[in-house]
Design a protein around this ligand. Structure first.
Ligand SMILES: NC(=O)c1ccc[n+]([C@@H]2O[C@H](COP(=O)([O-])OP(=O)(O)OC[C@H]3O[C@@H](n4cnc5c(N)ncnc54)[C@H](OP(=O)(O)O)[C@@H]3O)[C@@H](O)[C@H]2O)c1
Length: 345
């Protein structure tokens, strides 16, 4: 799984996978899946073995594939290599595989152990969600004061949290396939929404998505510039505006507009996004909470108060306590002077 993690920011729309080839108490080779269309983890691991893998044990974080795609079937490659045993951390949820890789190996006389580890399933959760539910893993990021506000009444919000928390956000951006914001944030803050931390220079640039029903994104907005693609999702279009001209800018018309958050997520899944990060203002964040279309919430909390006239983190109308969107706390960490809460549905 540590090997798999090395491909986490580059392998979409495929899942991250790592593989070790082992014999007589020694690691003979290792590999991970770096990029869609390039070698799978098993193939890369086999390539790194000197003198062949006959009778070796293969440890792999995801079931070897059984179909010929852009690369040959990994189960067949392992059979041809003459390995004796395969230890699989998780079964592939993809209906094109879903146990058939394991079956192929067993039919060839190879011993297969299936561990079904929670940690291995967790590592591919974005891929699993896209394949099984046709929508990406949705991670909402917010930065608030201790009283749950993102901005003053006058809209000023830069910066509620400190520089360490802002630097930490770079990791979540880098592992996302898309970053979704609303036109309100684009107009108020003019964010670039790119990955700038050199530690993640290898990451594929996430698609920047602006939910903008009526084409209000200013033509000079930073989100239309920089080294990353941008998708503008609208209902009424941008007409002949100069926004249409940039090669890295796509426009998408949704019949019900971007208020249809399920439609937005379905489109992003079709574009191969496994994980998306919502970095938006209260209106868009509120829409995802209200629709129940979220999986994880990374909440940065600064030890300060913005007061009664400030804007709450999410525009959600709650009249009965039992109806309040509810999260489960899974981790806390101190990041600089702020707190980072990791919450799940
Ligand atoms: N601290 C933080 O974490 C943080 C992060 C981002 C922004 N902010 C602050 O938030 C404030 C802006 O708030 P905001 O609520 O206007 O920003 P927003 O949520 O980013 O954008 C809201 C706008 O997006 C459009 N929209 C399109 N699809 C939508 C959907 N499904 N749900 C909701 N809106 C949708 C709507 O305009 P149309 O009807 O024209 O499409 C709406 O007015 C600023 O003060 C900014 O500084 C804070």
């Amino acid at each position: 799984m540590e090997l798999a993690a090395q491909g986490q920011m580059t392998c979409a729309p495929n899942p991250p996978v790592g593989c070790i080839i082992w014999r007589d108490g020694k690691v003979l080779g290792r590999g991970f899946h770096q990029r869609a269309g390039a070698g799978h983890a098993e193939v890369n691991a086999l390539r790194s073995v000197e003198g062949g893998a006959r009778n070796a044990t293969v440890f792999v974080s995801l079931e070897p594939c059984s179909f010929v795609g852009r690369t040959p079937a990994c189960a067949r490659t392992l059979i041809d290599a003459g390995v004796a045993r395969v230890v699989v951390a998780a079964v592939d949820p993809n209906p094109k595989v879903a146990g058939s890789g394991i079956r192929l190996l067993r039919e060839a006389g190879i011993a297969v152990d299936v561990l079904e580890l929670d940690s291995a399933k967790e590592q591919i959760q974005g891929f699993t969600q896209r394949i099984m539910r046709q929508r990406p893993w949705v991670r909402i990021k917010t930065a608030t004061s201790l009283d749950g506000s993102v901005a003053l009444a006058n809209g000023k919000s830069q910066w509620v949290t400190g520089s360490a928390a802002r630097a930490d956000v770079q990791y979540w951006r880098a592992r996302s396939d898309a970053i979704v914001t609303g036109v309100g944030s684009v107009i108020a803050d003019d964010p670039l929404l790119t990955v700038r931390d050199p530690a993640f220079a290898h990451a594929l640039a996430p698609l920047r998505v602006v939910l903008d029903s009526y084409g209000r994104t200013p033509s000079g907005a930073q989100i239309l510039q920089g080294n990353a693609p941008t998708l503008l999702i609208h209902q009424q279009g941008y007409g002949d505006s100069e926004l249409a001209s940039g090669a890295h800018i796509q426009q998408l018309h949704l019949p019900d507009g971007p208020r249809d958050v399920l439609g937005v997520l379905t489109e992003l899944a079709q574009q191969g996004c496994n994980e998306v990060l919502i970095e938006a203002g209260p209106a868009v964040v509120g829409s995802f909470f209200a629709a129940g279309l979220w999986d994880e919430w990374i909440a940065y909390v600064a030890p300060k108060l913005l007061g009664a006239d400030s804007r709450s983190v999410a525009d959600v109308l709650v009249t009965h306590l039992p109806d309040a969107p509810q999260a489960r706390l899974v981790q806390t960490a101190q990041i600089g002077d702020d707190l980072r809460l990791t919450l799940r549905r």
